[in-house]
Ligand binder design. Structure first.
Ligand code: MIG
Length: 770
């Protein structure tokens, strides 16, 4: 009896340890050449590469390439000290300590604060093909990022996996979603750090789930290769990460306009009707979408002959009314003899295969399909050229869907060649194919692409929208958090299906969603196949009027939005961001209660109403004075304030020091050149603001930067430069928040006349003082 119990115990321990991990062993030797330190151990080698600005690449064991071309960073030579117990590598902003027995990593900043530290027992380990890393969790760690995640903005205490998945009607706890990104960041002791896990196989992240000792990341296979970003500010972390994985090239300016979609507008007259409604009702709009019904039998790169007999004419007519168009492009290519895409793909070996060489077939909208192997250059070039051909017909942009890849039955079999490392980057490579094909065709035209799935670096090719949400207030709130999370993951151009995709919003929900989304970088209304109409005029007159106002506000703010998008392009920082990115020291700004407030860049704060029937809003305003344009009130920040939020109002605030540029409403972006620019100045702090003028469509368009600087609470420097676009300006109007009606205002020493709250200035450089 006892013997059999002992035997059983022995067996279970043996079984269990066979599945457990082997950890990095003891130090045996090291080599240093410049910025590369290799540490040999009793099992796998550890290699560290040091780069400027506190970026460190860590690799354990064999290193496998990823399909994303990373920006080569500038190497940072280190100073190495060795002792009995450890190696210490010093670089200008910190040091790495590598203990010898066993080999474990600790990264410190120069001030002694910990960036990240291996768990002393575990550190790095592996089990079969699985690789994993365990770091010490502190009580005050918070976590962010990982791409598209629907839950809290702070991901502390949660477990996540990244395996891109088609997840219609996802909820707050659904995971994974469409667009996972293996980059996360954290804040601990008020300092930020980031980790980019450069491994495209299915990865999982324990950010303190079910324990208070560790956070960890790992993957089913591939290599343990990751980059550490030392911060210490979150802005630095995101800038470094986006420098490494690539920044967003400027998209066409029209893609900041309001976009209208449904599954699907067809036939042709329905598309024309929608376009006409927008113009007749004077609701600004820039883009109309063609969902899957525009194709013949869902065959990609075809048109349905009865529904769209003359697409070239239709597209050109829409252009003349100021509309751009975007077509959906799915990756599945229908298996059908004589269909060009199928024949060319098979003949040239462009499609994915099983390990035994048989062409893989999976079912999607067209029926049985082959799927392009976007790892191959030739496949990408072919696919890209088909997009370019479609653009030559007059299509302006592309919408990549079903690219997780999604299939009926969800998954491709794992015996499709290389799918375990390809799955997560399928969409990235498809987007790369599209982007590069468009650039090959017209090197100077800015491509527009919006995608559902993606991976690290997707920002180089596409905007990301958050897939099949539902028409509920919960989803409205979720869309704010998810888009903030994507921005913190290096993707600045993000948005959701306004109104909710699945289900039917009531008028109030639709309106509140329009208001919240009127400041999201990408703004598109969309709904599923069998729902009632979901255009801004589909919910009665009052809702139509208030939706128009929300969209008009976006068009008024276009000079600001475009300048902020431009900054995102230059820095990689999200334009749509949590309060705490701008106010890292403010504890209240980090509270979950306020995670549905967001800022656009540095100046503008929005606190959308996300509950039914709510007519007041409690808003947390960080330190300083805030101007509320809806009422003209100036609020003292550093505390929550209660403001009125009737149906017509999106609670919106301009930070002190801001100079908010606006213009007259247009029916579509760049309908007319900018001849009058309005500036709202909020005194109380020094501030600086820019307006970017360019042609909005080409990549090498000269950029004019109009610069506005306010100082000493009573001066505004205006510097327009003398570029051709600035020269078209006829007038500047300036409004100074809180200025008394009797105050003397001078421009270049001359008294300025008032028109109500506005001061009218000539469009020229100079100094305004009050
Ligand atoms: O299986 O193209 O998320 O936006 O309307 C659904 C039809 C396929 C999913 C996308 C949605 C789109 C729909 N697509």
């Amino acid at each position: 009896m006892i013997r059999s119990i002992l035997f059983f115990l022995f067996l279970s321990v043996a079984l269990c340890s066979a599945q457990d991990y082997t950890f990095l062993g003891n130090y045996t030797a090291h080599t240093l050449s410049g910025s590369k330190l290799t540490v040999k151990t009793s099992n796998r080698p550890l290699t560290l590469d040091f780069y400027v600005d506190g970026v460190i690449r860590v690799n354990v064991g064999q290193s496998r390439p990823i399909p994303l071309q990373l920006t080569p960073l500038r190497e940072q030579p280190i100073e190495l000290e060795e002792s009995e117990e450890a190696l210490v590598a010093r670089f200008p902003t910190g040091r790495v300590k590598i203990t010898k027995a066993p080999v474990r990593l600790q990264v410190f900043r120069k001030d002694g604060s910990v960036v990240t530290s291996d768990d002393p027992a575990f550190g790095h380990g592996w089990s079969g093909n699985e690789v994993r890393c365990w770091k010490i969790l502190q009580a005050d760690h918070s976590f962010y990022g990982l791409g598209e995640k629907s839950g809290q903005v702070n991901k502390r205490g949660q477990f996540f996996s990244n395996w891109n998945a088609d997840t219609p009607a996802y909820r707050n706890d659904s995971d994974p979603l469409y667009c996972g990104i293996p980059f996360f960041s954290g804040i601990q002791g008020n300092k930020a750090f980031g980790i980019f896990f450069a491994n495209s196989t299915r990865s999982t992240y324990n950010l303190g789930a079910g324990n208070k000792r560790l956070y960890s990341f790992g993957a089913d296979g591939g290599s343990m290769t990751y980059y550490i970003f030392c911060g210490p500010s979150m802005k630095q972390v995101i800038e470094s990460y986006s420098e490494l994985t690539g920044r967003m090239p400027m998209p066409p300016k029209w893609s900041l306009g309001y976009q209208q979609c449904r599954w699907s507008y067809f036939p042709e007259y329905e598309v024309r009707d929608i376009a006409r409604e927008f113009r007749q009702r004077k609701i600004p709009a820039d883009v109309l979408y063609f969902d899957i019904h525009y194709m013949d039998a869902y065959k990609v790169f075809t048109w349905h002959r009865e529904r769209f007999p003359n697409p070239v004419q239709l597209l050109s007519d829409l252009h003349s009314e100021g509309f751009k168009t975007v077509t959906i492009i799915d990756p599945g290519v229908k298996v059908e003899a004589d269909y060009e895409m199928y024949e060319e793909g098979v003949a040239n070996d462009y499609f994915l295969k099983y390990l035994d060489g048989e062409l893989f077939q999976g079912q999607v909208w067209p029926g049985w399909c082959h799927f392009p192997d976007f790892r191959k250059f030739a496949t990408r070039a072919w696919w890209g050229s088909k997009n370019a051909k479609l653009r030559a017909m007059g299509v302006d942009g592309f919408w990549n869907d079903m690219n997780e890849p999604a299939l009926w039955g969800k998954e491709m079999p794992f015996v499709v060649e290389g799918i375990k490392s390809l799955h997560n980057v399928f969409a990235l490579l498809m987007a790369q194919a599209t982007f590069e094909g468009l650039i090959d065709d017209q090197p100077n035209l800015r491509p527009f692409l919006v995608t559902r799935a993606g991976w690290a670096g997707i920002q180089r090719y596409a905007a990301v929208w958050t897939g099949d949400n539902s028409a509920s207030y919960d989803d409205l709130a979720m869309s704010i958090r998810t888009n903030i999370g994507l921005g913190l993951s290096g993707v600045p151009f993000v948005g959701c299906d306004v109104g909710g995709f699945i289900g039917k919003p009531d008028p109030e929900l639709y309106l509140r969603w329009m208001q919240a989304a009127s400041l999201s970088p990408f703004m598109r209304s969309h709904t599923v196949y069998d729902t009632p109409d979901q255009e801004p005029w589909s919910f009665g007159e009052e809702t139509e009027r208030l939706c128009r106002e929300a969209i008009e506000r976006r068009y008024r703010l276009m000079p600001l939005l475009y300048a902020e998008l431009y900054r995102a392009h230059e820095t990689g920082l999200p334009l749509y961001r949590p309060l705490w990115l701008n106010f890292p020291e403010d504890n209240t700004a980090h509270e979950a209660d306020y995670q549905h407030q967001f800022m656009i860049g540095e100046q503008l704060l929005a606190a959308p109403v996300i509950n039914a029937g709510q007519r007041f809003q409690k808003v947390y305003l960080p330190e300083g004075h805030w101007f509320e344009p809806a009422t003209g009130a100036i609020h003292q920040g550093g505390r929550p304030v209660l403001v009125e939020a009737p149906l017509k109002t999106l609670p919106l605030f301009y930070r002190e020091g801001s100079i908010i540029p606006t213009r007259e409403v247009q029916q579509y972006v760049d309908e007319a050149p900018l001849t009058q620019l309005d500036l709202t100045v909020v005194p109380g702090a020094d501030g600086r603001s820019e307006v970017i003028l360019d042609d909005g469509v080409t990549l090498n368009s000269p950029t004019e930067r109009l610069l506005f600087t306010q100082t000493q609470g009573k001066k505004l420097q205006i510097s327009l430069g003398n570029g051709p676009r600035a020269s078209q300006l006829k007038a500047l109007r300036v409004r100074i928040a809180g200025l008394s009606a009797r105050a003397q205002v001078r421009f270049q020493g001359q008294t300025v006349a008032r028109e109500g709250e506005w001061l009218r200035l000539p469009a020229q450089d100079g100094e305004l003082s009050w």
